[in-house]
Design a protein around this ligand. Structure first.
Ligand SMILES: [Zn+2]
Length: 768
């Protein structure tokens, strides 16, 4: 399954007591600079060569290539443990598999043996956000230290821990960032922002993909690390802004998603607190716990639903590898944290001053070493806690139904396939009913899918299949809402437009064995791929927004041809070649003006400008169609002079607030765009979404937000402000049209329920 570069012969040759570091130079001799040196970044070619060299020469380190990234680079994982553990890795793995599924453990005596024999399994991941450059650089030093050092601390870690280290979760992005940085270092544009997303499709959203598994890198990590080893601890290494605390580690703030086992919450609290204490004892100032980051969305925390803990650390950033100096009066707290004074969760103040990549690397490395030390010293605790969480799930929580059913013969078979893919990739056991049966007053046909809730990863299934009721958290009683760190809903049956039912009674039907990993194939929409398909263009700003990448992803998944147009293309008349132009969710200001002079090298400065805006207007008046989503609707409204306003303009967050929830819309009348959807549909709504007020006879309403309370899942304050208001409209302009989506028809590759609206809006010819 995996290619192991560490040969058995090499393992046997290695001495158990005296580990040779022969053949492994110090990092400076290999890279030509010290790891963390100002303005120096190792690239992916150097880093993979470094790990290959270490794996070839150290009996403590094995290197596996898990697969290829989106752009074809090697995606690798290092397995680090003592040579003795490497020799019996298969046995240690078998032990871990049993603890992961308590149904496989015969009795207390076997459990006791497993708990004695097993090792703490830790997965550390680096650099998912490629501009957070410290993590992958730090990994180079960490792995070298674990491969070569012989101090007590390292030996204890190697003896008791199996470390799985993915030194970059985003090698493509690492390459883009290092190339860009090297191109401009030493010039006035040193450490300028990247003009593209740092993941081919999804940019920063790549760490919001831990239940939808849309991207190759996510799927590789899930199927070849998580689901193989079921780590007790996962540590994702990130960076945050420059002007607050120096590093954040858990405890997380409220809310915790309610299906995460309380034993996991407690384990996160103790581990994060221990890391903070160790770092402070080691002289690291500015460590904060219990701040800013919550534990609500499963999109960032796969392991919380798979028996283990997921720790996030966030270290203060410099400017890529360029140092910054932060004066004491520039330090800023967030969300009630005052970084100028000490407090229970911020015991040692950092006074400001210079902050280098070397500081970032030092803080990160000390955090990982503290985590590994906790994992090593508390081996028994970690295994027992993991076992108990899995046993609790196998026993089924009182709050959970007996099972979830996905009825056979649903209209949206692709949606059912997509949900089954997610559940089975998440290691959920899904069965089919071998005969027809009745439950909850309904008859289900043979072949219906059954997800029993008494299984190890039931929490993953239940969380994704049920509707969320996000707690109404306020900054103070009666005050403004406390903004969630992330979004508040993730109900797959709504997002994917399928039916799934919780069943409270025992099922009386024979079930198949669990189905294998389920795949989904997206069929190309006929109108966009067959015969005379429309000529599609997607606008790509140099301030490239993530929804534009997600739209490219969904078009590529469906094999829909399109071209990407930049500002200069549109300014130079390219629109004559197209029928439809898409503006994804991005502010009118960013589209029109782009980057300012001095912010970026000249070729990336400016947006569409007067010339580009005029070209867009001419395109529509001459028969073309513009599709605009979310904030970009304001661009279309301005460019085309439409009498449309936002229905919630000027409302305070106490009057209207929807941070990322699932709402109901209703189609209005008959139209080719809405004919593919049911009269009522679930849509995503978040901060950049909007409802419209229409004062223009050229505008037709195609769908409205639901009357009454439009909320289906998540959290809404002041839902009545948009109830019944236009959500999707089309404006006739000259002989062309503009289709304005107030909501994103494609939210992070998940809203299959509203993809048909996007496809039907795209299916348009200039002269029809
Ligand atoms: Zn990050």
């Amino acid at each position: 399954m995996m290619k192991r570069t560490l040969s058995l012969a090499m393992v046997l040759l290695a001495s158990a007591t005296a580990v040779s570091t022969q053949g492994i130079p110090v990092p400076r001799d290999f890279f030509g600079f010290e790891i963390g040196e100002d303005r120096k970044l190792a690239d992916w070619g150097q880093l993979t060569a470094w790990y290959e060299l270490i794996a070839q020469n150290s009996p403590r380190v094995a290197l596996d290539t898990l697969g290829k990234t989106t752009r074809g680079l090697p995606f690798i994982m290092l397995t680090v443990t003592s040579p003795e553990n490497h020799r019996v890795l298969h046995e240690l793995h078998a032990t871990q598999l049993k603890l992961a599924d308590p149904r496989q453990i015969a009795d207390g005596a076997e459990l006791s043996r497993l708990l004695d024999r097993g090792k703490t399994v830790v997965l550390v991941t680096h650099g998912i956000h490629a501009t957070e450059v410290g993590g992958p650089q730090m990994a180079a030093r960490l792995i070298h230290r674990l491969a070569t050092a012989n101090d007590e601390k390292v030996r204890e870690i190697l003896d008791e821990v199996i470390l799985l280290d993915i030194p970059s979760l985003n090698p493509d992005g690492l390459g883009m960032v290092v190339d860009w940085y090297r191109q401009w270092v030493g010039t006035e544009y040193e450490a300028a922002p990247l003009p593209t997303l740092y993941h081919h499709y999804v940019g920063h959203d790549n760490n919001r993909d831990w239940y939808a598994f849309t991207q190759i890198e996510t799927e590789l990590t899930i199927t070849k690390a998580h689901n193989v080893w079921h780590p007790h601890i996962v540590h994702d290494i990130h960076q945050m802004g420059s002007t607050g605390a120096r590093i954040f580690v858990p405890p997380f703030i409220e809310p915790w998603e309610e299906n995460i086992d309380p034993l996991i919450t407690a384990a996160v609290n103790q581990l994060g607190s221990y890391m903070a204490a160790e770092m402070l004892a080691g002289g690291k100032a500015g460590v904060v716990i219990h701040a800013q980051y919550d534990a609500y969305t499963p999109a960032r925390a796969y392991q919380h639903y798979h028996g283990g803990v997921r720790i996030l650390s966030e270290t203060a950033s410099a400017r890529l590898a360029t140092p910054v100096t932060i004066r004491g009066d520039e330090l800023r707290g967030r969300r009630g944290l005052d970084v100028s004074r000490r407090s229970w969760n911020f015991p040692v103040v950092w006074d400001g001053g210079a902050w280098h990549l070397s500081d970032i690397v030092d803080y990160m490395e000390s955090g990982v070493l503290a985590l590994l030390t906790n994992a090593a010293k508390n081996q028994r605790y970690w295994l027992e806690n993991f076992y108990r969480v899995n046993q609790n799930a196998v026993d089924r929580w009182d709050e959970w139904p007996r099972a979830w059913i996905l009825p056979a013969d649903q209209v949206n078979t692709t949606g059912v396939d997509a949900v089954l893919r997610i559940l089975t990739l998440g290691d959920v056991e899904v069965h089919t009913a071998e005969a027809g049966f009745s439950a909850a007053g309904r008859a289900f046909r043979a072949g219906s899918y059954v997800v029993p809730m008494n299984q190890p990863y039931a929490a993953f299934a239940h969380t994704l299949l049920s509707r969320q009721v996000y707690p109404d958290l306020r900054q103070y009683p009666g005050g403004p809402p406390q903004p969630p760190y992330d979004v508040t809903a993730h109900t797959l049956p709504l997002l994917m437009n399928i039916e799934a039912l919780p069943i409270e009674e025992p099922l009386d039907v024979a079930l198949s064995e669990p189905i294998p990993h389920h795949e989904v194939r997206y069929a190309a929409p006929a109108a966009l791929s067959e015969g005379r398909a429309p000529r599609l263009a997607v606008y790509k700003s140099w301030r490239e927004p993530m929804p534009e990448g997600w739209t490219r992803w969904v078009l590529d998944q469906h094999a829909v041809p399109y071209d990407t147009l930049h500002d200069a293309d549109i300014q130079n008349g390219a629109l004559a070649q197209y029928d439809v132009l898409v503006f994804e969710d991005q502010s009118a200001e960013a589209i029109t003006n782009g980057y300012s002079p001095g912010e970026m090298p000249p070729e990336y400065v400016g947006g569409l400008g007067h010339t580009g805006v005029a070209a867009v207007k001419e395109f529509v008046e001459g028969g073309g169609r513009v599709i605009a989503v979310g904030e970009a609707t304001e661009f279309a409204i301005q460019a085309l002079g439409l009498g449309i306003a936002s229905a919630t303009e000027g409302l305070s967050s106490q009057e209207f607030y929807i941070p990322g929830s699932i709402l109901r819309i209703e189609s209005v009348g008959e139209d080719v765009i809405t004919e593919a959807m049911p009269r009522e549909s679930a849509v995503w709504y978040w901060r950049s979404s909007r409802a419209f007020d229409i004062g223009d006879a050229r505008v037709r309403v195609l769908a409205r937000f639901g009357e009454g309370d439009p909320l289906l899942s998540g959290w809404v304050l002041g839902g009545e402000q948009i109830a019944g208001k236009p959500a999707l409209v089309e404006a006739q302009v000259g002989s062309g049209s503009a289709v304005l989506f107030g909501f994103p028809p494609n939210y992070r590759g998940q809203t299959m329920a509203t993809w048909p609206l996007l496809f039907h809006a795209l299916a348009y010819h200039r002269d029809h």
